[in-house]
Design a protein around this ligand. Structure first.
Ligand code: FAD
Length: 274
């Protein structure tokens, strides 16, 4: 899934460019790194600008759970590729506007931002999923708001680390989104049942208070006591600029997806640049 050439040899193969040029890549997540890798192999000169002090972007929290060792290997492989291919990388450089690169080929790979539940009183008390995965501590009883794949994986990790997660999901089922491997979603659902992890379906978060949350189900309000609340309410694309003739958007900043969709998108975009 993470090698765009696998089983796609007719469609995905490296073609050298006849017009080598500098290509500006904004964002050093997996999308930016895959774009840079393919551009370099084609003979272009990619330059990555990343606002943080490391390459990896969302793949850093996305690979943090104890059972995601393969994703951590993938992240290391990409960082090594940047080094071995001698790709120019500027860390700690936040690009405010693409105007400074006017006239050049630009790839925007700035990722997505979390959807914050600002309409819920007390939402600021919640820990965002990626903050938790990046190491923010929680208490013992943790309400996980959102039973999509991210929320369920976090609840699973919390339970593996001997915490007590409680899942709150407004839909009628966990991991209701399309495109998730059935083996993974079925495993998580059954694991929660087997280990008596409380799951509240068709339940909406109404308020976050100190030491508890207020929820509503079938019009009835009730409280759940908890020490921490993790928000797993999804992500929204956050492109620095809109696409145009010489500006390309790649990965989550175009459509929020997963490693396969981001890597394929990046590969195909890098192949399109003449
Ligand atoms: C919690 C979580 C778990 C996940 N787990 C999985 C999983 O198990 N399997 C899977 O396939 N997918 C998973 N995903 C999805 C996958 O991680 C993402 O789709 C992918 O990492 C996004 O890559 P990207 O390069 O498009 O964006 P990002 O990785 O977000 O990269 C964007 C980069 O741009 C930088 N940036 C932003 N603005 C600027 C600017 N103005 N100037 C300079 N730099 C800037 C950011 O700092 C960041 O490094 C998960 C996602 C999340 C949130």
């Amino acid at each position: 899934a993470v090698n765009a050439e696998t089983m796609q040899k007719e469609k995905h193969f490296i073609r050298r460019t006849k017009h080598p040029k500098k290509v500006i890549i904004i964002g050093g997540g997996i999308g930016g790194m895959e774009t840079a890798r393919v551009l370099k192999l084609r003979g272009h000169e990619p330059v990555i600008y990343e606002q943080s002090d490391v390459l990896g972007g969302t793949l850093i929290p996305a690979s943090a759970e104890s059972y995601k060792g393969k994703l951590r290997d993938l992240l290391e492989w990409y960082r090594r590729q940047m080094h071995e291919l001698q790709i120019e990388v500027h860390l700690n450089e936040r690009i405010g506007s693409i105007d400074e690169f006017k006239g050049q080929e630009i790839v925007v790979a700035t990722g997505a931002v979390p959807r914050l539940l600002r309409n819920v009183p007390g939402y600021e008390k919640m820990i965002e999923a990626c903050d938790y995965l990046n190491g923010r501590e929680t208490g013992d009883r943790v309400a996980v708001i959102g039973g999509g794949l991210t929320g369920c994986e976090i609840a699973y990790e919390l339970a593996l680390q001997s915490h007590h997660p409680i899942i709150i999901e407004m839909k009628g089922d966990l991991i209701a989104q399309k495109g998730v491997c059935l083996a993974n979603s079925s495993y998580l659902r059954e694991w929660f049942e087997l280990h008596d992890i409380p799951v509240y379906l068709e339940t909406v978060l109404k308020e976050v208070k100190d030491g508890k949350i207020i929820c509503v189900k079938n019009g009835e309000e009730f409280e759940i006591s908890c020490d921490s609340v993790i928000s797993c309410a999804g992500y929204l694309p956050s492109p620095l600029a809109e696409p145009s003739l010489h500006v390309h958007t790649v990965g989550d900043c175009r459509t929020v997806g997963n490693l396969r969709t981001v890597i394929w998108d990046a590969y195909e975009t890098a192949m399109k640049i003449r």
